[in-house]
Design a protein around this ligand. Structure first.
Ligand SMILES: Cc1cc2nc3c(=O)[nH]c(=O)nc-3n(C[C@H](O)[C@H](O)[C@H](O)COP(=O)(O)OP(=O)(O)OC[C@H]3O[C@@H](n4cnc5c(N)ncnc54)[C@H](O)[C@@H]3O)c2cc1C
Length: 478
């Protein structure tokens, strides 16, 4: 399959468009330069093209280019640069830092080709492919990518932010396995970036990867995994104290082949929530173990020993079903969240977090504690911009925000993360969600790396064509 395999639906050729307060932008010339559709506000399909998984906001560009091939991406960037417009890029909309107001949005979902090279144990992944597509293509050759908890997330956006996955303690960050990145920079050049061709940009894109350009595809290394022992153990509130103590102790002893997380959530009392969990405060330990079911059973025995489970879904499974480990929702919704990369936890800290984020919290909070360490703590062969490697855990807190007061949500998250402030090394690029926190660069990288990333962005993009994705800059069109 090629990167530009998609059907080339030619959209309408609009003449000009305006955003509130701005002069009209003539988009006619752009329509003739792309294979994919060029849509402006009011055109059929414009709203769909600008929408994504995050529904707290929708991009409102002057024009959206439904890119079908790298040449479309190049044309869109060239047009934006010629007209002094900012460019935003959206694959799935799981992690946009803020709405793009005005300018040019490049929607990459048509570019979803995946090509496996079994001999090189690698995959070429086009900009809009979701993890499940990569997982399925790799599985046909007995291989797996370093995908994350949700198979619906975009492989490229995830990897640019580092990428903490199901197999991470054994193999490290997804960004550690990148071999080549094709990117259109602000000068509208399509660059093939490798460790040899451009070491500085190759370093930056792997972990600090936003705001340098529009990536058209990445070559990633794959690992020889076909099955895992995985799933979740869900406990009710009356076992929570014991689960928290057991999890803190258990993670200190498990091998690198086992990656896990602990989620705490006060489930709403709604018919959509499965009966055993409905209206209850629950803790779920999610597990992905590279090894046989027998050894997996032995490893999780201390957790099962805590007591009866509301749900116990641990089983041997093909990696193609690994989305079932976390079973995250595929339905778009509105959410905000933030995280802390932390040096360690104990039962007391987890209980304090539980109390702040439980049924008494002013807004519904989903707390996710991911066990890091192992290969995540080791530097990759070619250094990259993935920060905070010594962190033993990431602690994330996320809330639905439909109708919620954003200030109340931010304050609730602040209180939860304050519990671990003394052990916090920084924040995770990939786990900052919603306008505000996701656009805030503080703590994402150590100060020296932040300076290096910013200097490189300024050198490659002095006019700020990609300012929308630059942490810390406003997302205005003009
Ligand atoms: C339900 C859920 C589960 C998740 N699980 C994990 C997990 O297990 N591990 C983990 O590390 N992260 C996880 N994440 C975070 C996720 O990796 C980030 O939100 C990531 O940025 C999503 O990328 P996307 O392309 O799907 O989203 P988008 O919103 O489309 O893009 C996110 C950001 O990446 C930029 N971007 C996307 N494509 C390109 C491109 N081609 N060129 C340049 N910039 C681009 C966008 O401009 C935007 O700034 C999860 C998020 C959600 C909502």
């Amino acid at each position: 399959m090629s990167d530009d395999h998609s059907a080339r639906a030619r959209g309408p050729a609009p003449a000009a468009t305006t955003v509130a307060g701005g002069p009209p932008v003539a988009v006619g010339p752009l329509a003739g330069r792309t294979g994919g559709p060029v849509l402006r506000p009011g055109d059929d399909g414009f709203d769909d093209e600008c929408s994504g998984y995050q529904t707290a906001f929708r991009h409102r560009p002057d024009v959206v280019v439904g890119a079908a091939a790298p040449d479309d991406v190049r044309a869109a960037v060239e047009f934006a640069a010629e007209n002094g417009l900012p460019v935003g890029v959206q694959a799935t909309g799981h992690g946009s830092p803020a709405p793009l107001e005005g300018g040019v949005l490049i929607a990459t979902h048509r570019m979803d080709g995946v090509r496996i090279d079994p001999a090189a144990r690698s995959a070429w992944v086009a900009a809009g492919a979701r993890w499940q597509q990569v997982v399925d293509a790799a599985a046909a050759h007995g291989l797996a990518p370093l995908s994350g908890s949700s198979p619906h997330v975009g492989a490229v956006g995830y990897t640019l932010g580092g990428g903490i996955g199901l197999l991470s303690r054994r193999y490290g960050y997804a960004a550690d396995h990148v071999r080549r990145i094709d990117i259109v920079t602000a000068d509208a050049r399509l660059r093939r970036v490798t460790a040899e061709s451009d070491p500085d940009l190759f370093w930056a894109l792997r972990g600090g990867g936003r705001g340098f350009g529009a990536v058209t595809g990445v070559e990633i290394g794959l690992v020889p995994i076909t099955r895992i022992y995985g799933g979740g153990l869900t406990f009710a509130a009356d076992r929570m104290d014991d689960v928290l103590d057991a999890y803190a102790a258990w993670t200190a002893a498990v091998p690198e082949e086992l990656t896990s997380s602990l989620t705490m959530v006060a489930m709403p009392d709604l018919p959509a929530v499965p009966a055993p969990m409905r209206g209850r405060h629950v803790a779920t330990v999610s597990v992905a173990y590279i090894g046989g079911a027998c050894e997996g059973e032995r490893l999780v025995a201390p957790l099962r020993g805590v007591g009866p489970r509301l749900k116990d879904t641990l089983r041997d499974m093909p990696f193609t079903e690994s989305g079932a480990v976390h079973a995250e929702p595929a339905q778009p919704h509105a959410y905000a969240g933030d995280s802390a990369m932390i040096g360690g936890v104990d039962g007391a800290a987890l209980r304090a977090v539980r109390d702040l984020a439980g049924p008494e919290a002013p807004v519904m909070c989903v707390v996710g504690l991911r066990h890091l360490g192992g290969a995540l703590a080791r530097p990759p062969e070619a250094a990259n911009a993935v920060p905070h490697r010594p962190a033993a855990f990431s602690l994330g807190v996320l809330s639905p925000v439909d109708g919620a007061d954003p200030a109340a949500v931010r304050a609730a998250h602040g209180r939860v993360l304050a519990v671990v402030a003394g052990r916090t090394l920084g924040r995770s690029v990939n786990f900052a969600f919603g306008a505000g926190r996701a656009a805030d660069p503080s703590g994402l990288h150590p100060a020296g790396d932040l300076r290096r990333l910013d200097a490189l962005r300024r050198r490659l993009d002095p006019g700020g064509v990609f300012r929308h994705a630059r942490p810390g800059t406003a997302a205005r069109g003009r």
